[in-house]
Design a protein around this ligand. Structure first.
Ligand SMILES: O=C(O)[C@H]1O[C@H](OP(=O)(O)OP(=O)(O)OC[C@H]2O[C@@H](n3ccc(=O)[nH]c3=O)[C@H](O)[C@@H]2O)[C@H](O)[C@@H](O)[C@H]1O
Length: 465
C-alpha cells in the first residue's frame, strides 16, 4: 500500500536500506549482543514514539484554524480533523454505490457531463455542483469536512446539495482506494478538483496541511484519473497568488510566476508544474484556473470580507493592512457567480484526455486561465461598502502589513479567458457584497447564531459612508 493509499503524506528522506557489507554485518551482530545498545535502542524508540505523538496531536484545538488569520509566529504541525477521523463515517456498500450512481446520472442528453467535484462542501464547490446539477449534468461530490473552518457551514452546504439531489461522498482526496472505487463505479467525463488547503496567512501556522492537500492530494487525484478508463478531463483550482512578487499589471498568464510570497502560493505553483507532468506523460487534459479572491454568499469565514462582517456586527475592531509608505492594499475581488460561469465554461471547452489505462495516445490539452474581475478595489473601500450594507460603522485599525505571505495587490488580465471560454464577469464589488450581506444576515439569524443579531441590535447606527 502506498503512502497516498494510506492517506498519509509521503515521508521525505525515506529510502530502501541496502544489503549491508559483511564487515558491517559483523559490527551489527556485536552491537546487537551488547546490553548497552539494547537500552539505547529502546530509549530511542520510546523517544521517537513520543515525538511522533507530539507531532500529530492537534494542538491549539480550542481555537478554530480560521481564527489564525492575524498570523502567529508559532508553527503548528497539525492534521485538520475530518469527518472520517472523528466519527464512524465510511464509504462503500451497495446502498452507497446506488447513491453514487444515481447522483452521477446525466439528465441532459446527449451532451451532459458526468463530473466528480472534489471539495464539494466548500464555497466554490457547492455553487458549481449546484449549477451543474441544475442544468442536468451528473454530479458526485467528495469532501472530507475538515475543521479548517466551522464544519457546520460545510454541513449546511451539504444539506443544500442533498436537497437538490447531489450526493456528497465523505472522504479524502488522499484516499487512493476510495478514488479507484469511485472511478470503477462511474465513468466520469470530468473531474472538477477544488479540494485544497486554502488561505494565504494560515500557511505560516500549519505548513504541513498545504503539502498534504495541495501537493499530495493533487497527485492522488491525477494518479486516479490517469489510471481510469476512460480518463476524465481535469479542471482544477490554482490561484492568483502564483503571481507572487510579480509587478507587471494587470497579471497575465504569460507573466512570471516563479516568485511566490507564501507557501500557499508555492503549493499552487507546484500544482501547475505537476499538471504539466501528468499532461505530458499520461495525456491527461488539464485546465488550471487562477481564481482571484472569490467572495459571495456561502463564502469562507477565514476570508477578510467574511470576518470583517462578523467583527463589525459584533462591535469588534478590524485590522486593515497597508503597505510601506502607507501604500494601499487592493484585491481584484471576484464574485462567486462569475467564477461558477468560468468553471462551467472550462468544463464545457475541455477536450478529452488522450490516454487510456495509464498510456498516452497523443498530445492533450493543457491550459491555464485567470478568473478575476479586472478591477482591483482597496481593502479600505471594501470596508466602506460593508459598513454601508450593514448600516454599522467599523472600528478600524490600520496596521502595517505583517510579513505573512500577503501581496500588496492583485489585478487580473482576463483576455485569454474571454477569448477561449467566453468568460465575462458581470458583478461589481458593491452588488456582490450586498448579496453577501443579505445571505449572511439571513443565515446567521436563522441558524440561531447570536452574533449577527447582537451585532445588529448593539451597533445599529447608520453609517454615513
Ligand atoms: O486569490 C487567491 O488566490 C486567494 O484569495 C484569497 O486570499 P486573499 O486575497 O489574501 O483574501 P483575504 O484573506 O480575504 O484578504 C483580502 C485582503 O484583505 C487584507 N486583510 C486581510 C486580513 C486582515 O486582517 N486585514 C486585511 O487588511 C489582505 O491583505 C488582502 O488584501 C483566498 O483566501 C486564498 O485562499 C486564495 O484563493
Amino acid at each position: 500500500m502506498s503512502h497516498m493509499d494510506a492517506g498519509v503524506p509521503s515521508t521525505p528522506g525515506k529510502f530502501k536500506s541496502e544489503k549491508p557489507h559483511h564487515h558491517h554485518q559483523r559490527l551489527l551482530l556485536r552491537w546487537q549482543h551488547s546490553p548497552l545498545p539494547k537500552f539505547l535502542f529502546w530509549s530511542l524508540f520510546a523517544g521517537a514514539v513520543l515525538f511522533s505523538l507530539f507531532l500529530i496531536s492537534p494542538r491549539s484545538s480550542s481555537s478554530s484554524p480560521a481564527g489564525h488569520t492575524h498570523s502567529s509566529s508559532v508553527t503548528e504541525r497539525r492534521f485538520l480533523r475530518t469527518s472520517s477521523s472523528s466519527s464512524s463515517a465510511t464509504w462503500g456498500g451497495r446502498e452507497w454505490e446506488k447513491r453514487v450512481r444515481s447522483s452521477a446520472r446525466v439528465r441532459r442528453h446527449p451532451f451532459g457531463l458526468t463530473v466528480l467535484v472534489t471539495g464539494a462542501a466548500g464555497f466554490v464547490g457547492t455553487h458549481v455542483s449546484n449549477a451543474l446539477h441544475r442544468r442536468g449534468d451528473g454530479v458526485v461530490g467528495l469532501d472530507n469536512f475538515n475543521d479548517y473552518y466551522d464544519p457546520s457551514l460545510k454541513r449546511a452546504r451539504q444539506a443544500l446539495l442533498s436537497h437538490s439531489g447531489v450526493f456528497l461522498v465523505e472522504g479524502d482526496i488522499n484516499d487512493g482506494p476510495l478514488l479507484r472505487k469511485l472511478f470503477d463505479i462511474v465513468a466520469f467525463t470530468h473531474v472538477l478538483h477544488l479540494a485544497a488547503q486554502a488561505g494565504v496567512r494560515y500557511a505560516m501556522v500549519n505548513p504541513g496541511s498545504y503539502v498534504h492537500s495541495n501537493v499530495a492530494g493533487l497527485v492522488s487525484i491525477l494518479e486516479a484519473a490517469r489510471s481510469a478508463n476512460p480518463q476524465p478531463a481535469i479542471v482544477w483550482a490554482s490561484s492568483s497568488s502564483v503571481y507572487g512578487l510579480n509587478t507587471q499589471v494587470p497579471f497575465s498568464e504569460s507573466h512570471r510566476t516563479d516568485r511566490p510570497a507564501s507557501l500557499y502560493a508555492a503549493t499552487k505553483k507546484a500544482g501547475e508544474e505537476i499538471a504539466h507532468v501528468y499532461n505530458h506523460i499520461y495525456g491527461l487534459s488539464i485546465t488550471g484556473l487562477r481564481f482571484f479572491t472569490v467572495y459571495g454568499p456561502w463564502g469562507r469565514p477565514d476570508m477578510a470580507y467574511f470576518f470583517f462582517t462578523r467583527d463589525i456586527l459584533a462591535g469588534k475592531p478590524i485590522t486593515i493592512f497597508e503597505g510601506p509608505d502607507h501604500a494601499t492594499v487592493a484585491r481584484d475581488f471576484t464574485f462567486i457567480d462569475d467564477i461558477v460561469q468560468g468553471c462551467i465554461a472550462s468544463l464545457d471547452t475541455a477536450q478529452k484526455s488522450t490516454g487510456s489505462g495509464g498510456t498516452k495516445k497523443g498530445p492533450a490539452q493543457l491550459r491555464v486561465f485567470n478568473l478575476g474581475n479586472t478591477s482591483p478595489v482597496p481593502v479600505v473601500e471594501l470596508v466602506s461598502i460593508l459598513e454601508r450594507h450593514l448600516k454599522v460603522k467599523a472600528k478600524k485599525k490600520v496596521v502595517k502589513m505583517p510579513r505573512n505571505g500577503d501581496v500588496l495587490f492583485t489585478h487580473a488580465n482576463i483576455s485569454l479567458a474571454k477569448k477561449e471560454l467566453g468568460y465575462r464577469p458581470t458583478t461589481n464589488l458593491n452588488t456582490g457584497l450586498k448579496r453577501f450581506v443579505k445571505w449572511y444576515l439571513d443565515y446567521y439569524s436563522s441558524s440561531g447564531s447570536h452574533l449577527a443579531k447582537k451585532g445588529r441590535s448593539g451597533h445599529g447606527s447608520s453609517s454615513s459612508s
